[in-house]
Design a protein around this ligand. Structure first.
Ligand SMILES: Cc1ncc(COP(=O)(O)O)c(C=O)c1O
Length: 402
């Protein structure tokens, strides 16, 4: 078997993006302007929602969505329910937004929050459910929305890894009150660094525009100061003599996207159909063959009511396997296949959260995956022969390790 090179991810820098970047550089208007707005409109129409607001990162997309809740009765120190297993940003963002994260365990077969664990931790201070569609696998949104309605809670979807995922025909990220996407380089639509929040609620979008801009009182869709030489006619148009640009209505963040980042994202959006098709073909090909590695390795399953967001292929080592995660990672690496660990139980395996008082053993499923899971790329540069090579390499490893 010839050794091949299978990187974890890829970045699409299209000709369209390169030309646009040159045009933007020549125009001297680089800060959040008309191309960021174009990206927002394109992303909103992809999801079929009214609004999208671009920010600096996927982590900020989560934090700013949560900060919107302060305008609807939430108080600092209120609680947000989220799964114990996710990329650390989900938990960090809850704390950065001023809330207390309340963790619940996951289901091992979906890697997502177990909805049946949610009601037990709801208190009078709970304000929102924050499901994470990990590895592009849609959460059980019917049950999550049902619980949220019963307890009058917001639902914010962390859809960072779920570009293109569908749940019962609806795009993930467009089901709850807001959807938070990462546009980081490892994700399907990328601006290199960046994030975007989707919502059908124009009032939330307006608050988000203020939040990303230090909490400023002005909430124009695009700021004239960045797009033309005209002075802003709205600055002094208010009851007092205040300069609206230097009035700060809420505690804000510094989280705008710039035009160069938007140009890269716009190039990705132009060919999103092709990217998704190729990645999905790779992912489903690998998933269809994966059963042969049972009972030593397992992965997620595609259910008939969903399309997976083809972010990556998760691989979890079963209890029956007599080998370590390290040995699998090393074998893959020696054979040119890049991999990433499949995150950790945030409250019990990440020291930054220890002040919350959780202890190892509180989240057995998340902790198991945290110790035994990895994920590998399924990106658009991979061909069927690369996928076959991945499967053959795993097969050889298992024969050797058994
Ligand atoms: C589930 C999840 N949430 C949030 C984020 C944060 O995104 P970013 O790295 O763009 O801040 C990531 C990043 O990969 C993620 O995987």
């Amino acid at each position: 078997m010839k050794k091949m090179r299978i990187p974890f991810g890829t970045l699409m820098l299209t000709e369209y993006s390169k030309n646009l970047i040159q045009e933007i550089l020549n125009s001297n208007r680089l800060s959040c302007g008309k191309y960021v707005r174009k990206l927002e409109k394109g992303f909103a129409s992809l999801l079929g929602v009214k609004e999208a607001v671009a920010v600096s990162s996927g982590g900020d997309a989560v934090a700013l969505s949560l900060a919107v809740l302060y305008e609807y009765g939430a108080k600092r120190g209120d609680e947000i329910i989220l799964p114990a297993l996710s990329f650390i940003a989900t938990g960090n963002s809850v704390l950065q937004a001023g809330f207390i994260p309340v963790f619940v365990d996951i289901e091992r077969d979906t890697l997502n929050i177990n909805p049946e664990n949610i009601e037990a931790v709801i208190t009078p201070r709970t304000r929102a459910l924050l499901p994470v569609h990990l590895m592009g696998k849609p959460c059980n949104m019917d049950r999550i929305i049902e619980i949220a309605r019963k307890h009058n809670l917001f639902v914010i979807e962390d859809a960072a890894e779920a570009h293109g995922a569908l749940y019962k025909g609806r795009p993930v990220g467009a089901i709850g009150d807001m959807g938070a996407f990462s546009l980081y380089v490892a994700h399907i639509v990328s601006t290199v660094e960046g994030g975007i929040i989707t919502t059908d609620n124009e009032e939330y979008a307006s608050i988000l525009r203020s939040l990303r801009n230090h909490g400023r009182a002005c909430t124009c869709v695009t700021c004239t100061l960045n797009t033309s030489d005209n002075l802003c006619s709205k600055r002094f148009r208010n009851e007092s003599d205040d300069d609206i640009r230097f009035r700060f209505d809420r505690l804000g963040f510094s989280s705008k996207m710039n035009e160069l980042e938007a140009a890269i994202g716009l190039g990705n959006l132009e060919i999103i159909g092709e990217i998704l098709e190729k990645r999905r073909k790779n992912l489903y090909f690998l998933l269809n063959e994966f059963n042969k590695f049972s009972p030593y390795l397992f992965t997620i399953k595609k259910e008939p009511w969903e399309e997976l967001g083809p972010h990556a292929l998760p691989i979890i080592i079963s209890e029956e396997a007599g080998f370590s995660r390290k040995s699998l990672i090393k074998y893959l690496y020696d054979n040119g296949i890049d991999s990433r660990s499949l995150f950790l139980s945030m409250p019990t395996q990440c020291p930054g959260f220890s002040f919350l008082g959780y202890k190892l053993g509180d989240f057995p499923e998340a902790e198991y995956v945290g110790k035994n899971g990895i994920h590998i790329g399924v990106h658009q540069d991979l061909e069927e022969e690369d996928c076959v090579y991945i499967l053959e390499t795993i097969d050889k490893f298992l024969k050797m390790a058994k």
